[in-house]
Design a protein around this ligand. Structure first.
Ligand SMILES: *Cc1c(COP(=O)(O)O)cnc(C)c1O
Length: 362
């Protein structure tokens, strides 16, 4: 097999060791003579996998004991519906505030508007979402059920470097494209959710971390399988959950622990991103999309000063084993998604290719 570095935004590459372990265990899980995905979600073997995921998440993300971990169907965007359905009931006027730092935040607000009043507290749309906008938490109305942010903006390559202090208003963060890539103080958040397919495993499921006192406020029309209390009360097994995705996430979490945990990966992620930003900053051929003060360490976005060369850039990169560098269709340009599983060598290879391509085409 030829070595390929996959810079796709998601579903994204998983650690090679994880894929190999899943392959080894696929037909015969721990000597049972059957695969794990062929047995009951209520079997002791699967229960052990689920318990181990809880244990590792608590340890790796440093989750305090007054938070619940839920494994919720439908990926990240299903939480755009679940969050308002579960939390708007905390506010007499069913009001929530959204900070729009890209497409995902806009979509989340529009979804919440189906169930209550969803207002935009701040937006960086005017500058093409190239930054995190200024925001004063004191401007939030008193009966705000929650404030929603997107902590890392996958399409534009920006992130919140520090988070707004919202006092009694719970902070809800869509961390799909950066969960477990940086150390966090979980107690700053009311709800964190992350679709698995960027940093944690296969698509279709989300991890939700919710402060216990925020459970039990679901609007009456909330479908059972979107009600966080139903998940909390059944260890996320009210119906047949996605056992394969949970198993794969467990393997990824073991891998994160083996790497030395989140602090080690964060330092490595900073260094990986810097390799690419150094090329961009030293060049007039590559133009960074994100304001340098708000840059992501998960998604590095750039344009070419000669945009007509973009296809050649992407195609020649592919010939060098550098896969999926085309930017999102809404943003254009190029994007390198460099989640936890991307080795340093992948970023080194891309940085070298970018320098060579500039030399040959400037
Ligand atoms: C990828 C992504 C999503 C969409 O995830 P789905 O699982 O496809 O719904 C939402 N938010 C962010 C920040 C993302 O990066």
């Amino acid at each position: 097999m030829t070595q390929v570095y996959n810079f796709g935004a998601g579903p994204a590459m998983l650690p090679a060791e994880v894929m190999q372990k899943a392959q080894r265990e696929f037909l015969d899980y721990q000597g049972m003579g059957t695969g794990l995905i062929e047995i009951s979600h209520r079997s002791p073997e699967f229960e052990a996998v689920l318990n181990r995921c809880d244990e590792l998440l608590i340890e790796l993300a440093n989750i305090p004991s007054n938070y619940k971990i839920l494994y919720v169907h439908g990926g990240a965007q299903m939480q755009f519906s679940a969050v308002p359905l579960n939390l708007l009931g905390r506010s007499p006027s069913k009001s929530a505030s959204y900070i729009e730092t890209g497409t995902w935040g806009v979509k989340a607000r529009k979804e919440a508007a189906r169930f209550g009043n969803a207002t935009t507290a701040a937006s960086s749309a005017d500058s093409g979402f190239d930054r995190i906008p200024a925001f004063d938490p004191a401007s939030l109305p008193a009966d705000t059920a929650y404030l929603h942010i997107t902590s890392n903006n996958t399409l534009y390559g920006t992130r919140w470097h520090s988070f707004p202090q919202t006092g009694d208003v719970p902070l809800v963060a869509d961390m799909t494209s950066e969960f477990l890539s940086r150390e966090l103080d979980i107690s700053q958040f009311g709800v964190i959710f992350a679709g698995l397919q960027k940093n944690l495993g296969p698509a279709g499921l989300a991890v939700v971390i919710i402060r216990e006192d925020l459970l039990g406020h679901a609007l009456e029309q909330t479908p059972a399988l979107l009600d966080y209390s139903v998940y909390a009360g059944s260890h996320s097994l009210s119906n047949t959950n996605n056992t394969f995705a949970i198993y794969m996430m467990g393997l990824v979490l073991e891998w994160v622990k083996e790497q030395g945990g989140v602090a080690t990966l964060e330092a490595q992620n900073e260094a990986k991103a810097q390799l690419l930003y150094d090329v961009i900053d030293a060049s007039e051929f590559y133009l960074g999309v994100a304001d340098p003060a708000h840059r992501s360490i998960m998604n590095v976005t750039f344009n070419l000063a000669k945009p007509e060369l973009l296809d050649a850039f992407v195609n020649q990169a592919l010939e060098h084993g550098l896969y999926a560098l085309k930017g999102h269709r809404d943003v254009g340009g190029a994007r390198a998604s460099i989640y936890n599983a991307m080795p340093v060598a992948g970023c080194e290879a891309l940085a070298a290719f970018m320098r060579d391509f500039e030399r040959d085409n400037a």
